[in-house]
Design a binder for this molecule. Structure first.
Ligand code: SF4
Length: 295
């Protein structure tokens, strides 16, 4: 598990993670299911609010900053992963989760995504993949289907979409899964496993945007998806098998596609071997002298 200190002396309920602010997402938005699954996963893992920090990117998903009672940081557009990386290095005892959208995490933050995968730092990234820019009222995103008509592409998208699962596999992520907002029970289980995994975990959630994407709907996904956990022979340690399932388009696998062990980035850092950076005493360091070197 990412945070070795996970333990609780009292039983929390998902509602204990609610803030006083009610979500302003559109009625039926897939964000609700992710919000619900995440809180349920925290309860199963016996995580407490102060054990966790969620770093949000910009987008409808980013508004979650106000809706879950944990430490939180609302990063610049596309920058949730580098901020999450910095937080993890400053205090690797914290459970660090990055919540990104497809435009935010795969478009504007695409470069950060690739490097976080290959770095295998011990954080979890949850992609709210609604295949459209929802917050800015419906423009094409990097995961939008070819031919999808939006106000930014009135004649249809010309490019093929990025496949986040294939990208994560190719870039070296060690835990890769796909969930669906229409199945909170499965999604909660996936998120739980992702948080337990030691290394970079990536969960791509098929999340219908009921307002600006009338193409990728709950109904259209229900017709396409199937569960990997129902296949007895599927081996999630097999990279080639994972790549094969990730590239399917006629049907969409949900569940854990890939799960492997590899040393994590933090293992190589002598500075945090004994304790987190935040616990180091710096009172003997003359900060002014240090600052002068950079001015
Ligand atoms: Fe959800 Fe789309 Fe509404 Fe944003 S615009 S809250 S993604 S349904």
């Amino acid at each position: 598990m990412k945070n070795n200190g996970i333990n609780s002396n009292y039983d929390l309920k998902p509602g204990d993670f609610n803030t006083r602010i009610r979500p302003a997402w559109c009625r039926g938005c897939g964000n609700f299911a992710i919000w619900d699954a995440l809180k349920k996963a925290f309860v199963s893992l016996k995580l407490k609010s102060h054990d966790i920090i969620i770093v949000y990117g910009i987008g409808c998903s980013g508004n979650g900053t106000n809706y879950i009672k944990t430490n939180a940081f609302h990063a610049l557009h596309g920058r949730a992963l580098p901020v999450a990386t910095g937080v993890k290095l400053a205090n690797h005892k914290l459970e660090v989760i990055a919540m990104v959208g497809d435009g935010d995490g795969i478009g504007i933050g695409g470069n950060h995504f690739i490097h976080t995968c290959r770095r295998n730092i011990n954080i979890t990234c949850i992609l709210h993949d609604n295949r459209v820019y929802g917050l800015t009222t419906g423009q094409t995103s990097p995961t939008s289907d070819e031919g999808f008509q939006t106000k930014s592409t009135p004649h249809g998208v010309l490019e093929e979409p990025i496949n986040p699962l294939m990208l994560a596999l190719a870039a070296g992520a060690t835990f890769i899964a796909r969930g669906f907002s229409g199945d909170v029970v499965q999604l909660k289980g996936i998120i739980e496993k992702a948080i337990r995994h030691r290394g970079f975990s990536f969960v791509d959630v098929l999340q219908p945007c009921v307002t600006f994407n009338r193409q990728n709907t709950y109904y259209s996904y229900i017709k396409l998806i199937y569960k990997l956990e129902e296949e007895k022979k599927y081996d999630d340690r097999d990279f080639s098998a994972a790549m094969e399932r990730a590239r399917e388009t006629e049907r969409l696998a949900t569940g854990v596609l890939y799960d492997t062990e590899k040393s994590i980035y933090e293992d190589g850092l002598k500075q945090i071997e004994r304790k987190p950076l935040v616990d180091h005493v710096i009172k003997d360091i003359d900060i002014n002298k240090l600052l002068k070197r950079y001015t």
